[in-house]
Design a protein around this ligand. Structure first.
Ligand code: DC
Length: 232
């Protein structure tokens, strides 16, 4: 294949729309780096929780802001798992950041501008040489407004809750479908209404509703768009 220009693929959308699955697949097919920015916000939420800055009804924002310089985030490729796992200050936290408890804290943590600017900085450095697929909420609007390909993923809240429910059950977490649906819809509300970098479709993003698409069909569609963007 005449692989032409290295590009940046920005994938945004609501939670549990399968962004990371397709982003990982695309990065591996293109030989690109994949960055899961949701995992970065989740790591900060986990750190806030471990340091006692956040609980279901308290949030010590000032303390978290003071502690931000102490946070180091990394991704380390796990050959066996086939993807890069999240490391917070040198410790593998890949499974801890995916629990429902942390999911319930992450929207509050990600609404803090100081948190966002620290993470956006890291994200922009990762994209300096292009050849990158990044997923999140503000990638096409804030992190890489010049990205060559921008996708905006969507699916109904019920479909998304069912997917997340199946995932967590498979991991052995004991949760109810109703609790997941509540988490999905409340995160939608918080992600779209926060002041700093709310979740919004970039004007030039291509919207993909995958409620009724198989993973394969979706991948073909997106791979094709990426090839076209590389040749543009
Ligand atoms: O993609 P995810 O569900 O793992 O993301 C977790 C949370 O992080 C989500 O509720 C919103 C926040 N987030 C964000 O504000 N900006 C990003 N670029 C990525 C995630």
């Amino acid at each position: 294949m005449s692989h032409t220009n290295k590009i940046i693929v920005a994938i945004d959308g609501f939670s549990s729309t399968g962004k990371s699955t397709v982003a990982k697949q695309l990065a591996s097919k293109l030989g690109y780096i994949y960055v899961d920015t949701g995992a970065m916000y989740r790591m900060v939420a986990l750190y806030a929780f471990d340091q006692g800055c956040i609980s279901p009804d308290t949030f010590d924002v000032e303390k978290l802001i003071t502690l931000l310089p102490k946070i180091t985030l990394n991704f380390v490729f796990n050959e066996k798992a086939g993807f890069a796992e999240a490391y917070l200050n040198g410790v593998n936290v890949e499974s801890r950041i995916r629990t429902l408890e942390i999911s319930n804290y992450v929207s509050r943590v990600s609404s803090i501008s100081e948190v966002r600017s620290k993470l956006v900085d890291i994200q922009q450095k990762l994209g300096q040489d292009k050849g990158l697929v990044m997923d999140g909420r503000d990638i096409g609007t804030v992190v890489f407004p010049e990205a060559e390909l921008k996708l905006f993923m969507n699916a109904s809240a019920a479909t998304r809750a069912q997917r997340r429910y199946d995932e967590l059950l498979a991991k052995g977490e004991s949760v109810t479908y109703e609790a997941i649906l509540e988490n999905v819809t409340s995160r939608d509300a918080q992600d779209t209404s926060r002041k700093d970098s709310p979740l919004v479709k970039a004007k030039d993003a291509i919207e993909i509703d995958n409620s009724d698409l198989t993973r394969e069909a979706q991948f073909e569609l997106i791979y094709d768009l990426a090839l076209k963007a590389m040749q543009a």
